[in-house]
Design a protein around this ligand. Structure first.
Ligand code: MG
Length: 298
């Protein structure tokens, strides 16, 4: 199932994108007892997905909207907690970042021995087609990082790798937008990664029952139509089960948590000299089979 959040007539709602990828079913008109925010829907677990799946094909046309008529939000417009993120998690990107001079944490080796986990503030979240407010970055060093986002569907601590996919609710597309000079200057990455609006996500959450194995996913990032990143998600250094095991051995994972799994080679600082985003650029991140997000730099 493809779940999304949107606003209509000033109300925030959740919906399902139909197979035609153009029609949205407003769940508040299908079943008024369902929640209208995604965090509460995720709380209801797989049971709610199955229930909606059973009634979705017999809905009244009144519950259907054209995708082009609604204002899409991030599927989780206000995360309950910071977004968990993973640094240097594709081999070629680990090398390009290590060699760029922008990594204040760089040791001798480009490839980390253990996952590098940091977070982005909840206020960095923005919608799949929202502008990137690069005017907040006074260092003029804003860069893109196309990333697969994993949405957690059950609370868990000390989750074994073997059980990790049982805790995955679904997947989304995201851009871990980063102000490189701030990331470097403040040593810890939090400020450079957390500017308001620096985490566009969407356009949907594809639930894990429909998505298939993430090793089959393919990520591309385009800037003004030019391909910059092109990688299989199977190339992650630390795969999704390893990340879930690592984080949950320290911090209880909660329903609705988001893990941005890291970016492949091809970011702006990988170029010599670096190519930062500038006002007017259009950044598109596409993950097959989820969809794509497109964000104009402002
Ligand atoms: Mg990243």
């Amino acid at each position: 199932m493809r779940l999304l959040s949107f606003t209509m007539a000033g109300k925030q709602l959740i919906g399902v994108l139909k197979q035609d990828r153009r029609t949205v079913i407003d769940l508040s008109l299908v079943d008024p007892s369902l929640p209208t925010d995604m965090n509460s829907f995720i709380d209801l677990g797989a049971g709610a997905i199955e229930r909606v799946g059973r009634i979705i094909d017999s809905t009244s046309p009144k519950a259907e909207k054209e995708l082009s008529d609604i204002n899409l939000l991030s599927p989780i417009p206000v995360p309950r907690r910071n977004i968990f993120c993973v640094g240097r998690n594709y081999y070629e990107h680990a090398k390009e970042f290590h060699d760029s001079g922008f990594d204040a944490t760089a040791g001798k080796s480009a490839v980390p021995e253990d996952p590098i986990i940091f977070t982005k503030a909840t206020t960095s979240m923005s919608g799949p087609f929202d502008p990137i407010p690069s005017y907040y970055d006074t260092s003029n060093s804003t860069d893109y990082e196309g990333e697969l986002a994993v949405i957690i569907g059950s609370d868990g601590r000390d989750i074994n790798k073997e059980d990790a996919f049982d805790f995955v609710y679904g997947y989304s597309v995201s851009n871990d937008v980063t102000a490189r000079s701030l990331q470097h200057k403040h040593k810890q990455w939090f400020l450079g990664k957390s500017l308001d609006g620096y985490y566009p996500m969407g356009p949907v959450i594809v639930t894990s029952d429909e998505a298939g194995h993430p090793d089959t996913f393919h990520l591309k990032t385009l800037v003004n139509g030019e391909e910059r990143q092109n990688s299989s998600v199977a190339d992650l250094i630390f795969d999704i089960p390893t990340l879930i095991e690592c984080i949950s051995s320290n911090i209880t994972l909660k329903k609705g948590d988001i893990i941005a799994t890291g970016t492949p080679v091809g970011v702006g600082i990988g170029y010599e000299p670096p190519i930062f985003l500038k006002k007017g650029d259009l950044v598109e991140v596409e993950i097959d089979p989820i969809g794509s997000i497109r964000n104009r730099v402002e």
